[in-house]
Design a protein around this ligand. Structure first.
Ligand SMILES: Nc1ncnc2c1ncn2[C@@H]1O[C@H](COP(=O)(O)OP(=O)(O)OP(=O)(O)O)[C@@H](O)[C@H]1O
Ligand SMILES: [Mg+2]
Length: 312
């Protein structure tokens, strides 16, 4: 793995909706992990487990109800000057699942892409602004003729490329991509992931890449975190997670990935996860424990010892 300098430290992050009320939802419940500079951190788990809320709280779209997020050592949710806030808004960008809903239909692509350039005053003249837009279009595999068209004139894959260009326009350091390929045709998904990977390498970007299944994050992620009902249940380097999944929920997610050859696919069975299978005693404390270097699992002391034994 590349350098291990921390860009983000997420510590005991909590995001409760309607706290204390009967309809309280613990969307993010004491989640802790680091994101290193220049890495792609994958975040997976089924619908409703809290992936988007984690991303949105990190990027300050929501105030955290507990815990903290440090970006380069600075508390993201702490008090800040206008200038500092603006700088945060520039450094951290988000790419969304539905590129159509996230692009203003009344704006030409040039203005969609240049919005951040304008807000942050990154171009001195109109000509510089347009040249940046043209460069960005080419960077994401589109061309300058597209600048004068409107969002509805593009395919889903092209719209996602526009979303990527818009995020890149302000020269961010950190991008949260929230299921950026889930809404695209399967045939287009690999192209968009490959483009994102290429840009990440070329520009030294750091990504938090959210997806609901493990097959989508496999090729892009350096490390992967698995969420279940608001908790991070396992986190490990990507190849380690596929080779040695320890938490039964991760094993269940992995068993859901279709097998590449038709014969094993025919006999493949999704292994269901039953939270009761842990058989925890009342006094057992669950903690996010490091089983082998960099491989964390939410588990009891007893499970921890078992996991260590099988990981030898
Ligand atoms: N603004 C909100 N108010 C109340 N509850 C919310 C809000 N946003 C999300 N939730 C709830 O928080 C939980 C986590 O939602 P979240 O959108 O983070 O999940 P997700 O993992 O991103 O799911 P998906 O894969 O469907 O996008 C869900 O139970 C959801 O209903
Ligand atoms: Mg989501």
């Amino acid at each position: 793995m590349a350098q291990r300098e921390k860009l983000l430290e997420i510590k005991n992050l909590q995001q409760y909706f309607n706290p204390g009320k009967p309809n309280e939802v613990r969307a993010v419940d004491n989640v802790s992990f680091d994101i290193f500079k220049g890495e792609v951190m994958g975040l997976v788990g089924e619908s409703g487990c809290g992936k988007s809320t984690t991303g949105r709280t990190i990027i300050r779209l929501y105030d955290a109800t507990g815990g903290e997020v440090l970006y380069d050592g600075v508390n993201v949710h702490g008090k800040k000057s206008k200038k500092q806030l603006k700088e945060f808004n520039r450094k951290m960008q988000m790419i969304f699942q539905d590129p159509y809903a996230s692009l203003n239909p009344r704006l030409k692509i040039a203005d969609v892409i240049a919005e951040g350039i304008d807000i942050h005053g990154l171009a001195k003249t109109k000509e510089e602004r347009m040249n940046r837009v043209y460069d960005l279009l080419e960077t994401v595999g589109l061309n300058r003729e597209h600048a004068n068209r409107y969002p509805h004139e593009f395919s889903g894959g092209q719209r996602q490329r526009i979303g990527i260009a818009r995020a890149l326009a302000v020269e961010p350091e950190f991008i949260i991509a929230d299921e950026p390929i889930s809404a695209l045709d399967v045939s287009i998904q690999a192209q968009v992931v490959n483009l994102m990977k290429k840009l990440q390498k070329e520009k030294g970007l750091t990504y938090l890449f959210i997806a609901h299944d493990l097959s989508m994050v496999k090729y892009i992620s350096d490390r992967i975190g698995v969420m279940y009902f608001g908790k991070m249940v396992e986190l490990a380097p990507a190849d380690e997670l596929y080779k040695n999944p320890l938490h039964p929920y991760t094993q269940s997610l992995l068993s859901a990935i279709p097998a590449p050859d038709p014969i094993s696919e025919r006999t493949r069975k999704r292994r269901p996860y039953d939270p009761a299978s842990h058989n925890y005693a009342d006094n057992e404390a669950l903690e996010f424990r490091e089983v082998t270097p960099g491989h964390f699992v939410l588990c009891s002391e007893k499970e921890f010892k078992q996991y260590q034994a099988i990981s030898k």
